[in-house]
Ligand binder design. Structure first.
Ligand code: IPE
Ligand code: IPE
Ligand code: MG
Ligand code: MG
Ligand code: MG
Length: 293
């Protein structure tokens, strides 16, 4: 996975440099501060691995991979704002609004979102770009990631005038599936679409996406109760205090660990349906199960 990681870092810096020559330098600085900070790059990695598993090359996936990280970085900047989770530490650094102020942080997020779609449009011929943009919009938008953020904030009481619907278990599944699951699924689908292969691989990727997305969010919830800010690079022990609906909050730490293991096994089984080309997808699921940040 290392060479792919290095390719992602290089491409992100290059795309940012080449697409922002006309932009106000302070805005470019704030965007770069958040985008290039040391994240795990899981979404671009999924995109590349799915592209390869479906018969494509890393080069075909790269513009989509960058776009996904841009959407993710924008979502983190906004997620950390005082109106949302109100956090001051991200990827081991002060959050964007702490460093640059709220106004610039909001605008850096806005610009990153636009830059994501610009990057896809520049990276592919028009027909492919249209399909990729549609997938990215659906995964990140009102019915996907942003919708999930709304459900998350309804559950913790920050969005007033709306009562959460259904049992806590079904609410939690709906939050996880959208706020993080949707963009992971789009990451895999963008990879598949960028590969432009003959076979669809829809079912295989959906099965992997579903398990991987849940696995990721269960382990994210576990980090909040088990990790430290030094290791995780973000504040911990905040979810319960803030009234977030989380997996360990609902079923306890032990049961959440067991659930994570089950989900990882499920993701690995799905990755194996790709044969040798799925090996790295399996490795990524193992990494997420054992991650400490
Ligand atoms: C953290 O995502 C935010 C959630 C979606 C829960 P990551 O754990 O992928 O964050 P980085 O990109 O590595 O910082
Ligand atoms: C954030 O989820 C999901 C996004 C879409 C950004 P969290 O609020 O749980 O992420 P962390 O724990 O702050 O990284
Ligand atoms: Mg949040
Ligand atoms: Mg948060
Ligand atoms: Mg979290």
């Amino acid at each position: 996975l290392k060479p792919r990681q290095a390719a992602i870092e290089k491409a992100l810096a290059e795309v940012l440099r080449s697409s922002t020559t006309e932009a106000p330098p302070i805005l470019v600085e704030a965007i770069g501060y958040s985008l290039l900070a040391p994240g795990k790059r899981l979404r671009p990695m999924l995109c590349i691995l799915a592209c390869e598993a479906c018969g494509g090359t890393m080069a075909q996936a790269i513009p989509s991979a960058c776009a996904l990280e841009m959407i993710h970085a924008y979502s983190l900047i906004h997620d950390d704002l005082p109106a949302m989770d109100d956090d001051d530490l991200r990827r081991g650094l002060p959050t964007c609004h702490i460093k640059y102020g709220e106004a610039l942080a909001i605008l850096a997020g806005d610009a990153l979102q636009a830059l994501a779609f610009e990057t896809v449009c520049r990276g592919y011929e028009p027909k492919t770009a249209t399909v990729l943009c549609l997938e990215l919009a659906q995964g990140s938008g009102a019915a996907g990631m942003v919708g999930g953020q709304v459900l998350d904030l309804i559950a913790d009481g920050r969005i007033k005038g709306m009562l959460p619907q259904g049992s806590e278990t079904s609410q939690l599944e709906a939050i996880h599936a959208r706020k993080t699951g949707a963009l992971f699924r789009s990451s895999l689908r963008l990879g598949k679409l960028a590969a432009q292969g003959e076979r669809d691989f829809g079912n295989e990727l959906n099965a992997y996406a579903k398990a991987f997305g849940m696995l990721f969010q269960v382990t994210d919830d576990l980090l909040d109760v088990e990790s430290t800010a030094e290791v995780a690079g973000k504040r911990v022990n905040k979810d319960a205090e803030r009234g977030k609906l989380t997996c360990p909050g609902l079923i306890g730490v032990e049961a959440s660990r067991a659930k994570a293991k089950e989900l990882a096994d499920e993701a690995i089984r799905a990755a194996n349906t790709f044969g040798v080309r799925g090996e790295y997808l399996a490795e990524l699921a193992r990494f997420v199960l054992h991650r400490d940040r």
